[in-house]
Write a protein that binds this ligand. Structure first.
Ligand code: EPU
Length: 417
């Protein structure tokens, strides 16, 4: 199993380019099931979750799927057996995103029910309830979600809580439904907006993505198009945290600063000096790093997907930071590993109290999930001595060429196979 080894502390410098957003391209790939004709996605990040979704789609009959560099082409449309099997789904929860498109396109779907997850229970009851309201017959049989319908019918759906993939799944299903679907209390994430932009370019009629109320007028068919995926705001945020934690000056290019308002505000509160360009962010190496409190919430608030990386930075900041996780119930797996590196952190339920600054020391640590591994990279770059991160495969799920990108910024980081 691969490990990542870092010789710290590192001073980063130079420029790095943001990759395309994993959490935008995954639903967009699932949406190819809805389409007829050729489709091209550009700025696709070559990460493990994308490769897993490609396998799922091949299994579901999407033809001519080719990933060349960062450009993916395919012949849209689901065909044959509409079953996403356990062996594929268990490696990636986001496979559930094929449920809405399969049902809308073929009138049938059988998708393995994602199991528990390292960061929380993560049920899919909102997805299922919404599809039922659109007329689908949905049952859970032998660990699978089994759904069928003649043609989905437009409905009014109010999500109990904001759910990102729930909003995306139902929005996709509604594009080919009969009549108008009104979705309320929708997720506001930029990835939802990008998916709607892609689907509209394919002929869908979606209005209001990025607000709490999305209206979809069903159409009989969707065609393929060429679409460029938005930059990954979580990858960008990870570089920002790494620069701040190591007191480095770097520029992140081809990102979208407007997707990171809450993160940039928080870093400025910590004393980090930043400059925003239209599609770049520069971190200056000056200023003292101060503690700040963070509470994760759905977009546009501070993202849960950057909570772990922020905690590594908080360990290096002067003063006490209180970090509260409200999106997932078990997303503090990195705390014990940060403690092994010398961070002083006390956990109290969904809150972690970080007393800084701690002189972090390199150690052997274990990655438990994608964002926890990003946190350990940030901590390893800031720590004195050698850090080895075990189970590095977690990072490969969502960060493209992570060690190459950090090497380009001057970090002493390598992969050991
Ligand atoms: N929830 C339910 N029932 C549902 C759906 C969600 O109770 O039917 C709960 C969840 O358990 C959670 C909360 O609602 O407590 C929010 O979950 P959400 O559905 O928004 O999360 P998700 O769609 O499964 C996406 C991202 C995650 C990211 C979250 C929150 C994708 C593919 N995944 O997950 O990304 O953390 O939104 O922003 O878009 C990651 O990239 O590392 C990652 C975990």
């Amino acid at each position: 199993m691969d490990r990542i080894r870092i010789q710290g502390p590192c001073r980063l410098q130079g420029t790095v380019r943001a990759s395309g957003a994993k959490n935008a391209v995954l639903p967009e790939l699932a949406a190819t099931l809805l389409l007829e004709g050729p489709v091209t996605l550009r700025n696709v990040p070559v990460v493990r979750d994308v490769q897993t979704m490609i396998k799922v789609l091949r299994h579901l009959g999407v033809r001519s799927l080719k990933l060349e560099g960062n450009s993916l082409s395919a012949e849209g449309g689901a065909a044959g057996d509409p079953e996403a099997p356990y062996d594929l789904v268990r490696t990636m929860r986001a496979s559930i995103l094929v449920l809405g498109p399969l049902l809308a396109r073929l009138g049938r779907a059988k998708v393995s029910l994602p199991g528990g997850c390292a960061i929380g229970a993560r049920p899919i009851d909102y997805h299922i309830e919404a599809l039922r309201r659109m007329g689908a017959d949905v049952s859970i049989e032998h660990g699978y979600v089994v759904a069928s319908c003649a043609r989905l019918k437009g409905a009014e759906i109010v999500f109990d809580d904001r759910t990102v993939t729930g909003t995306e799944n139902v929005m996709m299903a509604a594009t080919l439904a009969e009549g108008r679907t009104v979705l309320k209390n929708c997720a506001l994430e930029p990835e939802v907006v990008d998916l709607a932009r892609f689907l509209n370019a394919c002929g869908a009629r979606i209005d209001g993505a990025g607000t709490g109320r999305i209206v979809v007028e069903g159409v009989p068919r969707l065609r393929g198009t060429a679409h460029t995926v938005i930059p990954d705001r979580i990858e960008t945020g990870t570089f920002l945290m790494a620069a701040a934690a190591t007191r480095s000056g770097i520029t992140i290019e081809r990102c979208d600063p407007s997707h990171l308002d809450s993160v940039l505000d928080k870093l400025q509160e910590c004393g980090v000096v930043l400059r925003r360009g239209p599609d770049s962010i520069t971190v200056e190496p000056d200023g003292a790093l101060r503690a700040a409190n963070v509470t994760t919430r759905p977009y546009p608030d501070f993202p849960t997907d950057l909570q772990a990386q922020f905690m590594a930075l908080a360990a290096r900041a002067e003063g006490v930071s209180i970090v509260t996780e409200t999106v997932f119930e078990n997303r503090f797996m990195h705390v014990g590993e940060l403690r092994r590196m010398g961070a002083r952190i006390v956990e109290d339920g969904q809150t972690a109290i970080v007393a800084g600054p701690s002189p972090l020391l390199g150690a052997q640590v274990m990655a438990s999930d994608l964002r926890a591994s990003a946190c350990l990279i940030v901590a390893g770059l800031a720590a004195a001595g050698e850090t080895t991160i075990h189970r590095a495969y977690h990072i490969d799920r969502g960060y493209e060429k992570v060690e190459t990108k950090f090497q380009g910024l001057g970090a002493r980081i390598e992969r050991i196979s």
